[in-house]
Design a protein around this ligand. Sequence first.
Ligand code: AMP
Length: 359
Amino acid sequence: MNIIPPGSTIGIIGGGQLGRMLSIAAAQLGYRTHIFAPEPSGPAADVCAKWVQGAYDDAGALLRFADDVSVVTFEFENIEPAPLIPLSQQKPLFPPYHALEIGQDRIREKTFAEDCGGRTAPWAKVESRAELEAALDQIGTPAILKTVRFGYDGKGQARIMSRGDADAAWAALGPGSPLILESFVKFSHEFSLIVARDQAGSIVFWDAPENVHKDGILSTSTLPAREDVRIHIPAARGLARKIAEKLDYVGVFTIEFFATYEGPVFNEMAPRVHNSGHWTIEGAQCSQFENHIRAITGLPLGSTKAMAPHIVMTNLIGDDVDRWQTLASDPNIRLHLYGKNEAKPGRKMGHITHIEMPR
Ligand code: AMP
């Protein structure tokens, strides 16, 4: 057990809004954070003690970064894992390196979830135009073609509604990067599990939010999820527990599921705090960000109990953020802005949490 006392410095790889909210939670517990990111600045820059600019694949720069901190974590999984091996030999790295390797690769994560007893959508590996045809023969349509690595917020995906869409999908994503063809799941709803595991092996779950995506980007997370979703939670939690134990996971991770008539279908896993857990900042006794900091510093995990009967988190995407004044004047809304300058379409600029307090 690595107990890192308050007053120490936590290193975070990645400097976006997740790094910003992790840094705020760390500061509340008396920790300082240093951020390592390739950009000159980012949402976490306003709230960290030090910003170190460096490439994610620069093993030397990562080692120097680790020198100055007591423990290292990451808020972004689309980084080359190899440079983190020497770092993890020098400083505690949580979540463990192999969780990053699995979580960033759709084929490895699906295989891993299946090995743990989970159900996934039928899928096939695609590395050439001919393999795409063979995969379509096997999987059928509708289907989704995705990059195996480095996809997020609906990027790196192309829908194939009928065989006629295959050329356009291949032109958009192939060749060059390994791809996966997934059958289109006829889900009734989507939900996620946000899970924390500490260094002693204790696991806690927050209530599972029901999630709505628009254009592949999370739009809302609602608590409680409807009954049709809640019936799947025990099976989903059983799978999450197996995954956490097999990875000897430390920190917060998230699994996204499809709710179907045959049970929960594993979609993907993020080895980090997650957008569908932002509601926990005000909506739970201890947020996903605080419990991640607690897990990696060896503190006991806090209670995940929901603080209100009805909670909705809504992302502010692109120019949604222009409504900030109206949102700020609603007493039932907690407004979070990430300090990003330019409201590009599809860019997460902030979020709001609407909390209905018990009467
Ligand atoms: P992902 O990046 O894989 O989480 O995909 C983003 C969103 O696209 C999901 O949350 C779903 O709304 C949709 N999606 C992805 N894969 C599938 C699938 N195999 N079947 C149906 N919808 C999907």
